[in-house]
Write a protein that binds this ligand. Structure first.
Ligand code: C5P
Length: 420
């Protein structure tokens, strides 16, 4: 899902201590194969030298509206912002926000903001400052004014300890998050105004207060689909059980930051209830059922820890009696037509993939099924998938990262939805 490759990013740095984090952002952008042109305010150069950014971006850094020596362009304050896909100011100080909220153009960065065409070049502002400066009514008025402007997005500052020793809101958002926000801004919005509900991960069916029946689903594919749907402009609701995401804390924090609705459940019944709440109204939606849902659950759950003796003295010495869980995907697919979303199912098989996948497509009565062999994708970052649709089309996608495959699956679903 590299929406950054070959994109031209104009990265402006203004004078705050978090300017050092902009170095990391610049590096991350370059790693994602974006072209980065850095401009710095005079105050920013007191914190980090232009040479640092020049070395990392691979381009001369501009700092002065009147100095054309770095670029050989006497009109750099106009041209730079004409020739880029996105203008990012990180960190944006209180002073910078005040200037651009009031149309000043007395230095390179404020002139570039004023000279930009909002239709062609979005502006992403990542403010950072002392918490009192952030909370100051003037700053709040400035940011509120900027937030309503055409093509302006704000990466709101985070709370925590600050360089000045105080604690509060005003920290620059972590560069990794700004990177994701930039990628999201540049992604094509093919799912704009489209509600997308996704299930992911494993369910956990309780036996007693500590034991249960579960599975090893990593949740990676479902989380990748939720993120991809958000990047493509969808209104996303992710309902998930247990996951084995290696970077779970980061992923959860990123989802919160990107405002991806995330509902954590434990059991199949809870997942069923959360899913079903989404499909009452008469509107076109997409449901992607990636979760590995336990087909059965213990018929009796006790609220204490069973002792060995409890098992020994029970009637069924060697058995836990099970009852069937609802099939969430089949239930959604069986909704009346005016409530039913476009359903995408998953089939992870250890053998006979084509045969089982086609059977599932028919049995669950869904338009699209994503099949993969467990040995190709289970738990890993990559996958090898085959798309089976209700018109008997079979599309085998080349092996790829789950992030990239998520985009392909959603594009295929959207295409089917539009052409049905
Ligand atoms: O045939 P099977 O139930 O394994 O099909 C897997 C597909 O069905 C997946 O998309 C999975 O998320 C969904 N499923 C479900 N509820 C269940 C079992 C599976 O939604 N109880």
């Amino acid at each position: 899902m590299n929406f950054l490759a070959n994109k031209k990013i104009l990265l402006a740095i203004t004078g705050g201590i978090s300017a050092y984090k902009a170095v990391i952002l610049c590096r991350l952008l370059k790693k994602a194969n974006a072209h980065v042109q850095v401009v710095m305010s005079k105050a920013a150069t007191e914190f980090v030298t232009p040479l640092t950014f020049q070395a990392i971006s691979g381009n001369p850094v501009l700092t002065n509206i009147f100095d054309d020596s770095a670029s050989n362009d006497a009109m750099a304050h106009i041209h730079l912002v004409r020739d880029c896909d996105l203008f990012v100011i990180a960190p944006a100080t209180a002073d910078c926000l005040a200037k651009i909220a009031h149309g000043f153009a007395d230095d390179l960065i404020s002139a570039l903001v004023l000279a930009r065409n909002p239709q062609k070049c979005p502006l992403l502002l990542a403010p950072a400052m002392n918490n009192q400066m952030w909370e100051n009514q003037i700053t709040q008025e400035n940011i509120a004014k900027l937030a309503t402007q055409n093509g302006v997005k704000i990466s709101y500052p985070a709370a925590g300890s600050q360089a000045c020793g105080e604690i509060g809101v005003g920290r620059l958002v972590e560069p990794e998050f700004i990177l994701e926000e930039i990628a999201m801004t540049l992604a094509p919005k093919i799912l704009a105004n489209q509600k997308v509900v996704i299930t992911a991960g494993s369910t956990f069916e309780r036996i007693d207060s500590v034991r249960g029946i579960t599975n090893l689903s990593s949740g990676k594919m479902g989380f990748a689909i939720a993120k991809a749907a958000k990047f493509l402009g969808g209104d996303v609701c992710l309902i998930h059980g247990g996951t084995q995401l290696e970077n779970q804390q980061f992923t959860f924090a990123l989802f919160d930051y990107l405002q991806i609705q995330r509902i954590k459940i434990q059991t199949a019944e809870q997942m069923y209830n959360e899913v079903m709440q989404n499909f009452h109204e008469n509107s076109q939606k997409i449901f992607v059922s990636v979760a590995a849902v336990a087909d059965y659950r213990p018929s009796k759950v006790v609220d204490f820890k069973l002792k060995k003796n409890n098992f020994k003295h029970s009637q069924n010495l060697n058995a836990i009696s099970l009852i069937e869980n609802p099939d969430i995907l089949a239930s959604v697919a069986a909704l009346p037509e005016n409530q039913r979303p476009f359903c995408v199912g998953f089939a992870a098989e250890s053998e006979n993939l084509h045969e089982y996948a086609k059977q599932k497509l028919t049995k669950k009565n869904i338009p699209l099924l994503v099949g993969n062999l467990i040995q190709d994708g289970f738990g890993g970052e990559n996958n090898k998938i085959i798309l089976f649709d209700k018109y008997n089309n079979i599309k085998e996608l080349p092996p790829d990262s789950k992030d990239n495959l998520a985009i392909e699956i959603l594009k295929y679903a959207k295409n089917m939805l539009e052409n049905k």
